[in-house]
Every structure is written in structure tokens, then in C-alpha cells.
Design a protein around this ligand. Structure first.
Ligand SMILES: [Zn+2]
Length: 531
């Protein structure tokens, strides 16, 4: 025979209702137990002084929980759901705890429709439904996984070289030979040492349809003409493990992809050889990238106001020596930007030397240099006042939330499980708010970094300046140090060509926003950096 305990509790609005007062609840419980043949081992009303369901201090309920832990009974009879607690989280907590102790809770009143209790039950149902939904989702994902494992495709982009084939129940990738041939060619040639640029040129000459034209995989790119293969599209083929028979389902970069076996266009050895070649090329390029431009991304064509880029090429002279030529060139004049410009090129050694001499002059006097940087710093404080105000507000909010959290932790009662749970929940909420405020703060900090000259930056600018001043060859020849100073000073250069021979540079910097125009010094000695 099952052992039952009857628990009763009244809330403020129950007092005048016969079936809801303590005696009424106990009687209902007794009847319920009798009908089902339970043996009632205890009738436990929460004393009238016992607070409402919202309160945590329910000494009799706590006693019952202890009895459950020591296995003294099997069933807890309660009139209605809300007798345990009106708080959903606490209710669920008590139920969970009793369930784990092997005790079932039975409610005398099963029908909750238009009552507040009914609402509560609906909430619980909602929570359960939510849980069920999660479970179903998980099952579906598992199902998807299994399907994928057996080579079926559920969704996602079909890679170049394949077509999706469907039967009654499934879809899968099938090799599309006209494209697969191209894929094989790309891998074969690349392994043999033919560069991506060369492959691209050959495809353009041979008028081979691009992935976009051939299958509309990535949406047709209207900015490109017909057969205009890009280096990117060739690289993305070289990077795609699908061609070796392993397709990755899921968002790339999320780290949660599911590998799926599909028909291979090339063998794994070929794929790996291509990856090795790519790594080799990267290392090789890095080693050879000695040509550095002091004003990279910082100079502009004065004629058309387009950014200029640094270019390096080698010419072998009559003596058989490879001579390096470096120029800043207007991107419009090069045809990279749709804009007419006939600006000539500028020698990198001459421009860099001219600009650097100018910088050295600026930083010649430490006191003047530091004072000018500090002046800029002070001006920035005025112009960026709204940003600083935002930071102040965020800091205030963070400290408010911290105070709330501290007050909450003061309330913490260690041996009360319900209390503990409630405190933990609130604590999580506060921490969540604090964390999102801190993220916001970090973003603003980053903005400050960008818009302000920091004390640390001034200090490091002075350090570099000092090194250069005392004529340390090392600092002069250290490209990274120089480039950093260029960045701290926020130097930009407009390259001006009056004639092919008569050239100027307008240098703007943080100290001198209007800029100064000076002639470009021609120098026969190459201005070289050693890294
Ligand atoms: Zn131009």
C-alpha cells in the first residue's frame, strides 16, 4: 500500500472559502487518498502564519521535502498546483526534487481552465512543450546527421562540378562531367606549379564558362564579363575538400559542420598536394616580400583623388642583374578603378625619403613634438565629448548592476535550496546584464582607441622620435618602427605631378591637418629597409 502525505496551505484570498481553507483542503486530500487506496501517514497543513506561495519560507513544505529525502512516503497529495508555489521555477524545482526522491505529486483538482491556477498550469505545459520541442529538434538533427552520413544531401549549396539529383525520398550530389573536367584541370595544373593567375588567363582565353555562368551556383555576378574567371573562384575550388569526396554540411566557420561522403572528382592525394603547394607558395611569398611601402594605404592621387598603391617589378639589365623598380601608382590610372586619370607613377624610394625627412624634421625637438601631440590630444577631448559621455553612462549602469548583485548576494541563505535557486537565477540575470554592458564598454573603448591619441601612443611616438634623433641607424632602418610612427602621426600623402618631372607631395598629419606641400626629392641612393 502506497504511503501518502497530505499537504495544505492557504493564501490570503482563500480564507473565506470553505473548500480552500486548511481543513477543506485536508478533507479533500483524505477523500482522494481513500478512493485510490493510499495509506495517509501524515496530514501536514502549513500554519496560517505561513506566508503566501510567493514567499520562500514554507517550513512545513521544507519538512516534507526532508521526509521525501529519507524515503518516508511515496505520494504527496496537494489540492492544486499552486499549493507548492506560485512561482513556476520554484514549483518545478520542488517537483523535480521530490521526483528524484521517488515521490509522486498528485493534485486533487485536475481541471484548471479559467482560473489563475489554470494559467499556471498552462505555463508549465508551455515549459514542457518547449522541452519537447527541443527534444524533437535534437532528434531531427540526429536524423539529418544519419541521412547525411549515408550520402544524402539535405540542403546547402551544390558545389561547382556537381548537380543535385533527387529520387523519391532523397537528394544527393552527382558529378557533372563538363565542370568536373575543369576542376581536375585546376588541381593538376596548380600542382605542376602553374600559378592561379596563369590558370585564370588560360580559362579566359579558352572561353570556359565561370561557375556563375555554368550553373548559377553563387548567383551570377553581373559586374564580371563572360568567361571572366577570378582568382578567388579558382582558389575556392582549390580549397574545397568536396572534390576529394568529403563535403562539409553546415555553416563554415561555425565549427559545427558535418562531413558527408560524396562522389570524388579528384583523389585525396591530389587534394593534399594542392594544399601543400599553397602553403609553400604562401611561405615563399612572405619570404620574398621585402618590398615594403612606407605610405601603403596612405597616399592618394592628387589628380583624381583615388587611392594609390605600391607596385614592385623587376627588370633584368644588360649586365644580367635583376633590378627592382617600385612605384606608387594611381589605381584609376592603372584601370583598377573606373575613372579617367593620366597621373604618372611616383618612385617609392623618392616619395618615402621625402616624407621621412619631413617627419624627422617634425620630431626633431622633443619638447615641441610632445607639446604638439598633447595639444591634439586636448582638442580630441572636445570633439569626442559625446563618446566620453556614453562611456560615463555605461560605467554608471555597470556599477548600478553590481550594487544590485551585491545586495542579492547579501540575501543568500546557504541551506535553503529554493532560496538558493532563486538567488542563482537572479544572479545569472544580473551577470547577463553586466556582461552585455561590458561588451558595449569594450566597443566604446575600441572607438576611443581609434579617435584618440592615447598617452601610451604619445609615449611610443616620443620613443621612436628619440631613437631616430640620436641617429640610431637601427631605428632608421627598421621599417616597422617607421611605419608605426607614420600611423601614430596619421600621415597621409597626396602625390602631385605638375609635369612628368616636376612632382610634389602634400603631407598631412595629426600635427598639421592642412598639410604642407613640398617637392619630392630625387635621390639616386635607394632608400632601403632591412627587416
Ligand atoms: Zn589618379
Amino acid at each position: 500500500m502506497k504511503r501518502a502525505v497530505i499537504y495544505a496551505r492557504t493564501s490570503y484570498d482563500d480564507r473565506d472559502n470553505d473548500s480552500r481553507n486548511l481543513r477543506g483542503q485536508i478533507e479533500m486530500g483524505r477523500e482522494y487518498a481513500e478512493q485510490r487506496g493510499y495509506r495517509v501517514i501524515a496530514e501536514m497543513p502549513e500554519s496560517e502564519r505561513g506566508a503566501s506561495g510567493a514567499s520562500i519560507d514554507l517550513p512545513v513544505l521544507n519538512q516534507i521535502r526532508e521526509m521525501a529525502q529519507s524515503g518516508e512516503f511515496d505520494i504527496l497529495i496537494v489540492r492544486e498546483l499552486d499549493r507548492l508555489s506560485r512561482n513556476l521555477a520554484k514549483q518545478l524545482l520542488v517537483e523535480k526534487e521530490l521526483e528524484q526522491a521517488g515521490v509522486t505529486i498528485e493534485y486533487v483538482l485536475g481541471d484548471y481552465s479559467d482560473t489563475p491556477e489554470g494559467q499556471l498550469q498552462k505555463h508549465i505545459k508551455a515549459v514542457i512543450a518547449e522541452y519537447e520541442r527541443e527534444k524533437i529538434k535534437e532528434r531531427m538533427l540526429r536524423g539529418k546527421h544519419l541521412k547525411l552520413k549515408s550520402g544524402y544531401v539535405v540542403s546547402g549549396h551544390c558545389p561547382y562540378g556537381y548537380r543535385i539529383t533527387k529520387d523519391d525520398a532523397h537528394a544527393y550530389f552527382e558529378i557533372y562531367e563538363p565542370e568536373a573536367r575543369i576542376v581536375r584541370r585546376i588541381f593538376d595544373q596548380y600542382i605542376k606549379g602553374i600559378t592561379v593567375t596563369q590558370i585564370k588567363r588560360r580559362f579566359v582565353t579558352e572561353q570556359i564558362l565561370t561557375p556563375a555562368e555554368s550553373g548559377n551556383y553563387f548567383g551570377v555576378n553581373k559586374q564580371r564579363g563572360p568567361y571572366e574567371w577570378s582568382r578567388t573562384s579558382i582558389y575556392s575550388i582549390l580549397n574545397n575538400q568536396a572534390y576529394a569526396g568529403i563535403w562539409h554540411f553546415g555553416k563554415t566557420g561555425s565549427g559545427e559542420t558535418i562531413p558527408v561522403e560524396i562522389p570524388a572528382i579528384i583523389d585525396l592525394g591530389t587534394f593534399e598536394a594542392a594544399q601543400k603547394r599553397k602553403q609553400h607558395n604562401t611561405r615563399h611569398n612572405r619570404r620574398n616580400r621585402k618590398h615594403q611601402y612606407l605610405l601603403a594605404t596612405r597616399c592618394r592621387c592628387d589628380r583624381c583623388k583615388t587611392a594609390m598603391s605600391g607596385n614592385t617589378y623587376f627588370i633584368t639589365n644588360k649586365a644580367g642583374e635583376r633590378i627592382r623598380h617600385q612605384h606608387y601608382r594611381c589605381r584609376a590610372a592603372m584601370g583598377q578603378v573606373v575613372k579617367d586619370c593620366d597621373a604618372p607613377t611616383f618612385r617609392v624610394d623618392e616619395v618615402d625619403y621625402t616624407v621621412w625627412c619631413w617627419v624627422e624634421e617634425r620630431i626633431d625637438d622633443d619638447q615641441k613634438f610632445t607639446a604638439s601631440l598633447q595639444k591634439i590630444q586636448a582638442e580630441q577631448k572636445t570633439t569626442n565629448a559625446p563618446l566620453l559621455k556614453d562611456i560615463e553612462t555605461i560605467d554608471g549602469l555597470i556599477s548600478d548592476e553590481r550594487k544590485k548583485l551585491e545586495r542579492l548576494l547579501d540575501m543568500y541563505v546557504e541551506d535553503d535550496e529554493i532560496m538558493k535557486e532563486a538567488v542563482e537565477n537572479r544572479k545569472r540575470k544580473y551577470l547577463h546584464v553586466i556582461r552585455s554592458l561590458q561588451r558595449q564598454r569594450a566597443e566604446l573603448d575600441a572607438e576611443v582607441e581609434q579617435n584618440f591619441l592615447t598617452d601610451a601612443q604619445i609615449e611610443s611616438a616620443r620613443n621612436y622620435a628619440r631613437k631616430i634623433r640620436v641617429g640610431m641607424k637601427k631605428a632608421r632602418q627598421n621599417f616597422a618602427a617607421k611605419r608605426q610612427l607614420i600611423e601614430i602621426l596619421n600621415i597621409t600623402a597626396d602625390l602631385i605631378a605638375v609635369t612628368k618631372k616636376e612632382k610634389y607631395v602634400r603631407i598631412r598629419c595629426i600635427i598639421d591637418p592642412n598639410g604642407e606641400t613640398i617637392p619630392i626629392k630625387s635621390t639616386s641612393s635607394l632608400f632601403q629597409y632591412r627587416t
